[in-house]
Design a protein around this ligand. Structure first.
Ligand SMILES: Cc1cc2nc3c(=O)[nH]c(=O)nc-3n(C[C@H](O)[C@H](O)[C@H](O)COP(=O)(O)OP(=O)(O)OC[C@H]3O[C@@H](n4cnc5c(N)ncnc54)[C@H](O)[C@@H]3O)c2cc1C
Length: 433
């Protein structure tokens, strides 16, 4: 059996990124994925000629884009326009995103318009790290005066992060995400699955091996050092370093005696964020001007991704509608809310329907930057030499896919910088709170 330098559990964006960084540095690398294809939550599905992501996806100007560019991915697609609408009191109204829309919108009083204009001018220079320890609500209530400008900030920051927990969410990271968003996001041609295909190809070119349809059931370790990955079908993959890119709960489950490691804290502190997503491909848009809509008094968001990306073979328009879920979710009520949003924005959409995908409750992130976090997860699991975590929940301040790639990069940097250190065992039991 070959001894790998790096074995990666999970073939989503974090796993593929880790594998490319490892193989680029000359490490013998393998990726083990339980599904029959790679991509995890970044995969796309093709239905009746239309490409659907698993819910609307936008690539921000952050760590993921930087890594993808470093790997030489082509990332075809475009920046969508941000001219849009807001839903307030069940009606559509102009969303203030620039000078013209700010003057035109009936949503704000003159005082509110002046305050929002000042924010638009200075937001790009905001030192967001100052607010890393402050909750989002504290930041908004302490810094924004006008009640409607506050509502707009809540809506923009919710959409930038998918999180509906202003009392828990750390303000700094999500403000940074909004800063990244204001530079313009990228919608990808043929969906995020196209980027996954490119990542896979890049990894293969560097010599990464892949095993798919193989569920990992245990990470064997002995005397505080990782030994091998064990799969359900009996496959054993011995490795010097193992990177887990599963959820924190599964990572905990896979590692014997995880309760005596940092994995226990990371699992306990994690707060999962979910969304309900309705994606539709429409032959034509009944209201072609209404392509981008923020719910202000409802936690919904709508975007016609086809306005910036090639997402269908026959010109159908792929529209994503998202309902950000808090603690309480109800698949039928959420679907109703999503369909009502489509009724309002694109009346008669049902008559133009080519294809549809409904995801009643999909995990957007297994954890995020919140004020109850005891520590940022990873990259190393300190009690077991050679064991690492990556994935969007292993964030050190980044959000969503940026956290997936940044945590993967951190894991490989840690492996490379600890190369040659003696593989002596060490256990560092911690008090579990
Ligand atoms: C609706 C929605 C909208 C989103 N929108 C955006 C957006 O606009 N912008 C943005 O930046 N991000 C967005 N994201 C987040 C982004 O998709 C994720 O952050 C990213 O895809 C996570 O990658 P990952 O590798 O960390 O996790 P995953 O993609 O979940 O990969 C983990 C992989 O591990 C595999 N696995 C699990 N257990 C095992 C096991 N026991 N053995 C082997 N394999 C295993 C899984 O099958 C999976 O393939 C969105 C996510 C969702 C769901």
């Amino acid at each position: 059996m070959q001894l790998y330098d790096v074995a990666v559990v999970g073939g989503g964006v974090a796993g593929l990124t880790a594998a490319i960084y490892a193989a680029k540095a000359g490490k013998q690398t393998i990726v083990i994925e339980k599904q029959d294809r790679l991509g995890g939550r970044a995969m796309s599905n093709k239905k009746n000629g239309a490409y659907f992501n698993l819910g609307g996806h936008a690539l921000y100007h952050g760590d993921a884009l930087a890594s993808f560019r470093e790997f030489g991915l082509s990332l075809q697609g475009n920046k969508p326009s941000i001219d849009g609408y807001a839903i307030w009191n069940g009606k559509l109204t102009v969303l203030p995103t620039g000078v013209k829309s700010l003057v035109a919108t009936p949503l704000l009083s003159w005082k509110g318009k002046v305050e929002l204009a000042a924010w638009l001018a200075k937001f790009g220079k905001l030192d967001t790290h100052r607010y890393d320890q402050v909750s989002l609500r504290e930041w908004i209530e302490g810094n924004v005066q006008d009640p409607m400008v506050r509502n707009i900030f809540y809506a923009l920051l919710r959409t930038a992060s998918y999180v509906v927990a202003p009392d828990l969410q750390a303000a700094g990271p999500v403000l940074q995400q909004l800063k990244n968003a204001l530079q313009g996001v990228l919608y990808l041609d043929r969906g995020w699955g196209a980027a996954v295909d490119e990542l896979r190809k890049k990894a293969s070119d560097y010599g990464v091996r892949f095993i798919t349809k193989s569920k990992v059931i245990s990470i064997d370790h002995h005397n505080g050092i990782v030994q091998q990955v064990l799969c359900e079908d009996g496959t054993k993959v011995p490795a010097k370093n193992i990177i887990l890119t599963t959820s924190p709960a599964i990572a905990h489950q896979l590692v014997p005696h995880a309760e005596a490691t940092a994995l226990h804290t990371w699992k306990k502190q994690a707060i999962e964020i979910t969304a309900a997503c309705l994606d539709v491909a429409l032959r034509r848009l009944p209201k072609p001007k209404q392509q981008f809509v923020y719910g202000i008094d409802q936690t919904v968001f709508l975007s016609n991704q086809s306005r910036a990306a090639y997402l269908s073979e026959d010109g159908a328009q792929v529209v994503s509608v998202i309902k950000y879920q808090g603690k309480e979710t109800d698949p039928e009520k959420d679907l109703q809310a999503l369909e009502q949003t489509l009724d309002l924005v694109q009346p008669g959409w049902q008559d133009e329907l080519v294809a549809k995908q409904y995801l009643p409750k999909i995990t957007v992130c297994y954890d995020f930057m919140h004020t109850k976090r005891q520590e940022n997860p990873g990259p190393a699991v300190p009690e077991i030499k050679g064991l690492y975590v990556a994935g969007e929940w292993a964030s050190h301040g980044e959000l969503l896919v940026d956290a997936a790639t940044a945590s993967a990069k951190r894991a490989i940097q840690h492996i490379l910088s600890h190369e040659g250190t003696e593989r002596t065992p060490y256990y560092e039991h911690r008090d579990i709170v």
